[in-house]
Write a protein that binds this ligand. Structure first.
Ligand code: ATP
Length: 230
Protein backbone atom coordinates (compact mmCIF):
# COMPACT_ATOMS: atom_id res chain seq x y z
CA UNK A 1 0.00 0.00 0.00
CA UNK A 2 1.35 3.45 -0.91
CA UNK A 3 1.90 5.60 2.16
CA UNK A 4 0.10 8.93 2.31
CA UNK A 5 3.31 10.62 3.41
CA UNK A 6 6.77 9.22 3.44
CA UNK A 7 10.28 10.45 4.23
CA UNK A 8 13.17 8.73 2.49
CA UNK A 9 16.70 9.42 3.65
CA UNK A 10 15.51 12.84 4.80
CA UNK A 11 17.96 15.26 6.41
CA UNK A 12 16.90 18.74 7.51
CA UNK A 13 18.02 21.45 9.86
CA UNK A 14 18.98 25.06 10.31
CA UNK A 15 21.65 27.01 8.43
CA UNK A 16 24.19 24.44 7.31
CA UNK A 17 23.61 22.12 10.27
CA UNK A 18 21.40 19.07 9.88
CA UNK A 19 19.31 18.49 13.03
CA UNK A 20 17.84 15.24 11.67
CA UNK A 21 19.59 12.80 9.37
CA UNK A 22 18.62 9.95 7.12
CA UNK A 23 15.02 9.77 8.33
CA UNK A 24 12.88 7.00 6.82
CA UNK A 25 9.27 7.02 7.93
CA UNK A 26 5.81 6.51 6.50
CA UNK A 27 2.24 7.09 7.60
CA UNK A 28 -0.81 5.36 6.09
CA UNK A 29 -4.36 6.77 5.99
CA UNK A 30 -6.20 6.03 9.24
CA UNK A 31 -3.01 5.40 11.17
CA UNK A 32 -1.87 7.22 14.31
CA UNK A 33 1.91 7.25 14.38
CA UNK A 34 3.83 8.75 17.29
CA UNK A 35 7.25 10.33 17.10
CA UNK A 36 8.94 10.19 20.48
CA UNK A 37 12.36 11.21 21.76
CA UNK A 38 14.14 13.41 24.28
CA UNK A 39 14.22 17.20 24.14
CA UNK A 40 16.27 18.24 21.14
CA UNK A 41 16.10 14.80 19.47
CA UNK A 42 14.70 16.37 16.29
CA UNK A 43 10.96 15.64 16.50
CA UNK A 44 9.78 19.15 15.59
CA UNK A 45 12.40 19.45 12.86
CA UNK A 46 11.12 16.23 11.30
CA UNK A 47 7.52 17.51 11.32
CA UNK A 48 8.58 20.89 9.90
CA UNK A 49 10.45 19.18 7.07
CA UNK A 50 7.44 16.96 6.29
CA UNK A 51 5.17 20.03 6.32
CA UNK A 52 7.40 21.89 3.85
CA UNK A 53 8.46 24.52 6.36
CA UNK A 54 12.09 23.37 6.16
CA UNK A 55 13.65 22.25 2.87
CA UNK A 56 15.37 18.85 2.81
CA UNK A 57 19.18 18.98 2.93
CA UNK A 58 19.18 15.44 1.57
CA UNK A 59 16.60 12.81 0.76
CA UNK A 60 12.98 13.50 -0.06
CA UNK A 61 9.40 13.73 1.12
CA UNK A 62 6.82 11.75 -0.82
CA UNK A 63 3.12 12.56 -0.88
CA UNK A 64 0.86 9.79 -2.15
CA UNK A 65 3.91 8.08 -3.63
CA UNK A 66 5.24 11.12 -5.52
CA UNK A 67 8.22 13.23 -4.42
CA UNK A 68 7.13 16.73 -3.39
CA UNK A 69 9.00 19.96 -2.82
CA UNK A 70 5.82 22.03 -2.49
CA UNK A 71 5.88 24.95 -0.04
CA UNK A 72 3.99 24.93 3.25
CA UNK A 73 0.90 26.77 1.94
CA UNK A 74 0.72 24.51 -1.10
CA UNK A 75 0.91 21.40 1.09
CA UNK A 76 -2.02 22.75 3.11
CA UNK A 77 -4.11 22.82 -0.07
CA UNK A 78 -2.89 19.29 -0.87
CA UNK A 79 -4.40 18.08 2.42
CA UNK A 80 -1.70 18.46 5.07
CA UNK A 81 -2.48 20.20 8.34
CA UNK A 82 0.14 21.19 10.89
CA UNK A 83 -0.95 21.98 14.45
CA UNK A 84 1.73 23.16 16.84
CA UNK A 85 2.01 24.09 20.48
CA UNK A 86 1.97 27.72 19.34
CA UNK A 87 -1.87 27.55 19.18
CA UNK A 88 -2.40 29.09 15.79
CA UNK A 89 -5.62 30.95 16.51
CA UNK A 90 -6.61 34.60 16.36
CA UNK A 91 -6.67 35.57 20.03
CA UNK A 92 -8.56 38.82 19.45
CA UNK A 93 -11.43 37.09 17.61
CA UNK A 94 -14.20 35.06 19.21
CA UNK A 95 -14.36 31.30 18.81
CA UNK A 96 -17.11 31.75 16.19
CA UNK A 97 -14.98 34.43 14.50
CA UNK A 98 -12.01 32.08 14.29
CA UNK A 99 -14.17 29.44 12.65
CA UNK A 100 -15.62 32.01 10.24
CA UNK A 101 -12.23 33.42 9.23
CA UNK A 102 -10.93 29.90 8.66
CA UNK A 103 -14.04 29.13 6.58
CA UNK A 104 -14.77 26.22 8.91
CA UNK A 105 -18.23 24.70 9.10
CA UNK A 106 -19.36 25.53 12.65
CA UNK A 107 -21.52 22.47 13.10
CA UNK A 108 -18.64 20.22 12.01
CA UNK A 109 -16.30 21.94 14.49
CA UNK A 110 -18.86 21.55 17.27
CA UNK A 111 -19.40 17.89 16.45
CA UNK A 112 -15.64 17.37 16.99
CA UNK A 113 -15.51 19.54 20.12
CA UNK A 114 -18.95 20.08 21.73
CA UNK A 115 -17.04 21.81 24.55
CA UNK A 116 -16.69 24.85 22.26
CA UNK A 117 -20.46 25.45 21.92
CA UNK A 118 -20.91 27.53 25.09
CA UNK A 119 -17.72 29.43 24.23
CA UNK A 120 -18.64 30.54 20.70
CA UNK A 121 -18.91 34.23 21.61
CA UNK A 122 -15.83 34.27 23.86
CA UNK A 123 -12.59 35.84 22.67
CA UNK A 124 -10.12 33.07 21.86
CA UNK A 125 -7.41 34.79 23.91
CA UNK A 126 -9.57 34.31 27.01
CA UNK A 127 -9.97 30.54 26.57
CA UNK A 128 -8.00 28.08 28.68
CA UNK A 129 -4.96 26.47 27.07
CA UNK A 130 -6.88 23.26 26.42
CA UNK A 131 -9.83 25.12 24.89
CA UNK A 132 -7.44 27.05 22.65
CA UNK A 133 -5.94 23.78 21.44
CA UNK A 134 -9.42 22.37 20.79
CA UNK A 135 -10.14 25.44 18.67
CA UNK A 136 -6.80 25.10 16.85
CA UNK A 137 -7.55 21.43 16.17
CA UNK A 138 -11.14 22.20 15.14
CA UNK A 139 -9.83 24.76 12.62
CA UNK A 140 -7.21 22.35 11.27
CA UNK A 141 -9.66 19.45 11.03
CA UNK A 142 -12.42 21.64 9.62
CA UNK A 143 -10.38 21.89 6.43
CA UNK A 144 -10.79 18.11 6.08
CA UNK A 145 -7.07 17.29 5.84
CA UNK A 146 -5.87 13.88 4.76
CA UNK A 147 -2.86 14.21 7.07
CA UNK A 148 -2.63 15.81 10.49
CA UNK A 149 0.83 16.66 11.81
CA UNK A 150 0.64 17.46 15.51
CA UNK A 151 3.51 18.98 17.46
CA UNK A 152 3.33 18.94 21.27
CA UNK A 153 -0.31 19.86 21.37
CA UNK A 154 -0.48 19.37 25.09
CA UNK A 155 2.51 21.38 26.28
CA UNK A 156 1.73 22.68 29.77
CA UNK A 157 -1.82 21.26 29.87
CA UNK A 158 -3.39 19.14 32.60
CA UNK A 159 -3.39 15.34 32.02
CA UNK A 160 -7.18 15.20 31.68
CA UNK A 161 -7.05 17.82 28.91
CA UNK A 162 -4.19 15.98 27.24
CA UNK A 163 -6.19 12.77 27.18
CA UNK A 164 -9.21 14.63 25.68
CA UNK A 165 -7.05 16.02 22.87
CA UNK A 166 -5.44 12.66 22.23
CA UNK A 167 -8.87 10.99 22.07
CA UNK A 168 -9.96 13.58 19.50
CA UNK A 169 -6.91 12.76 17.41
CA UNK A 170 -7.69 9.05 17.60
CA UNK A 171 -11.28 9.75 16.52
CA UNK A 172 -10.22 11.56 13.35
CA UNK A 173 -7.85 8.73 12.49
CA UNK A 174 -10.74 6.28 12.68
CA UNK A 175 -12.38 8.46 10.00
CA UNK A 176 -9.38 7.77 7.76
CA UNK A 177 -7.11 10.74 8.49
CA UNK A 178 -3.41 9.88 8.79
CA UNK A 179 -1.91 11.31 11.97
CA UNK A 180 1.72 11.86 12.91
CA UNK A 181 1.96 13.10 16.46
CA UNK A 182 4.83 14.44 18.54
CA UNK A 183 3.94 14.30 22.19
CA UNK A 184 5.80 14.62 25.48
CA UNK A 185 3.37 12.32 27.26
CA UNK A 186 4.75 9.14 25.69
CA UNK A 187 2.56 6.71 27.62
CA UNK A 188 -0.68 8.53 26.79
CA UNK A 189 0.07 8.87 23.12
CA UNK A 190 1.32 5.29 22.78
CA UNK A 191 -2.00 4.08 24.20
CA UNK A 192 -3.83 5.42 21.13
CA UNK A 193 -1.05 5.16 18.53
CA UNK A 194 -0.68 2.24 16.15
CA UNK A 195 3.06 2.56 15.70
CA UNK A 196 5.86 4.79 16.89
CA UNK A 197 9.28 5.93 15.79
CA UNK A 198 11.91 6.71 18.40
CA UNK A 199 14.28 9.56 17.54
CA UNK A 200 17.64 9.94 19.22
CA UNK A 201 20.09 12.71 18.38
CA UNK A 202 18.51 13.34 15.02
CA UNK A 203 18.19 9.74 13.89
CA UNK A 204 15.46 7.13 14.04
CA UNK A 205 16.75 4.39 16.31
CA UNK A 206 13.63 2.27 16.63
CA UNK A 207 10.28 1.68 14.97
CA UNK A 208 7.74 -0.60 16.62
CA UNK A 209 4.03 -1.17 17.27
CA UNK A 210 2.90 1.18 20.03
CA UNK A 211 1.76 -1.59 22.37
CA UNK A 212 5.21 -3.17 22.19
CA UNK A 213 6.80 0.16 23.13
CA UNK A 214 4.42 0.65 26.07
CA UNK A 215 5.72 -2.66 27.42
CA UNK A 216 9.27 -1.34 27.09
CA UNK A 217 8.59 2.19 28.28
CA UNK A 218 10.92 2.09 31.29
CA UNK A 219 13.82 0.95 29.14
CA UNK A 220 12.85 3.47 26.48
CA UNK A 221 12.72 6.32 28.96
CA UNK A 222 16.14 5.47 30.31
CA UNK A 223 17.80 5.11 26.90
CA UNK A 224 16.04 7.61 24.68
CA UNK A 225 13.43 9.79 26.34
CA UNK A 226 15.52 11.40 29.08
CA UNK A 227 16.77 14.88 28.28
CA UNK A 228 20.50 14.67 27.53
CA UNK A 229 22.70 16.45 30.05
CA UNK A 230 25.45 18.73 28.70
P1 ATP B 1 11.71 19.32 22.02
O1 ATP B 1 11.05 18.08 22.54
O2 ATP B 1 12.56 19.98 23.04
O3 ATP B 1 10.79 20.26 21.33
P2 ATP B 1 12.63 18.21 19.49
O4 ATP B 1 12.88 16.75 19.56
O5 ATP B 1 11.38 18.66 18.85
O6 ATP B 1 12.80 18.84 20.94
P3 ATP B 1 13.95 19.97 17.64
O7 ATP B 1 13.18 21.17 18.12
O8 ATP B 1 13.59 19.39 16.34
O9 ATP B 1 13.89 18.82 18.74
O10 ATP B 1 15.48 20.36 17.68
C1 ATP B 1 16.49 19.52 17.12
C2 ATP B 1 17.81 20.28 17.16
O11 ATP B 1 17.72 21.42 16.30
C3 ATP B 1 18.17 20.79 18.53
O12 ATP B 1 19.56 20.66 18.70
C4 ATP B 1 17.77 22.24 18.49
O13 ATP B 1 18.59 23.02 19.35
C5 ATP B 1 18.01 22.61 17.04
N1 ATP B 1 17.10 23.67 16.58
C6 ATP B 1 15.75 23.67 16.69
N2 ATP B 1 15.22 24.80 16.16
C7 ATP B 1 16.27 25.54 15.71
C8 ATP B 1 16.40 26.80 15.05
N3 ATP B 1 15.33 27.53 14.73
N4 ATP B 1 17.64 27.21 14.74
C9 ATP B 1 18.74 26.48 15.04
N5 ATP B 1 18.69 25.27 15.66
C10 ATP B 1 17.48 24.80 15.99
Amino acid sequence: MTALIEARGLSAGYGHLAAVRDIDLAVQPGEVVALVGANGAGKSTTLLALAGWLPPMAGEVRWKGEPTTAALHKRATMGMALVTEARSIFRGLTVAGNLRVGDIDQSHALSLFPELRPLLSRRAGLLSGGEQQMLALACALGRMPALLLVDELSLGLAPIVVSRLIRAIKAVASDGVAVLVVEQHARQVLRVADRAYVLNRGRIVMEAPADELIGRLDELKKSYLATPVG
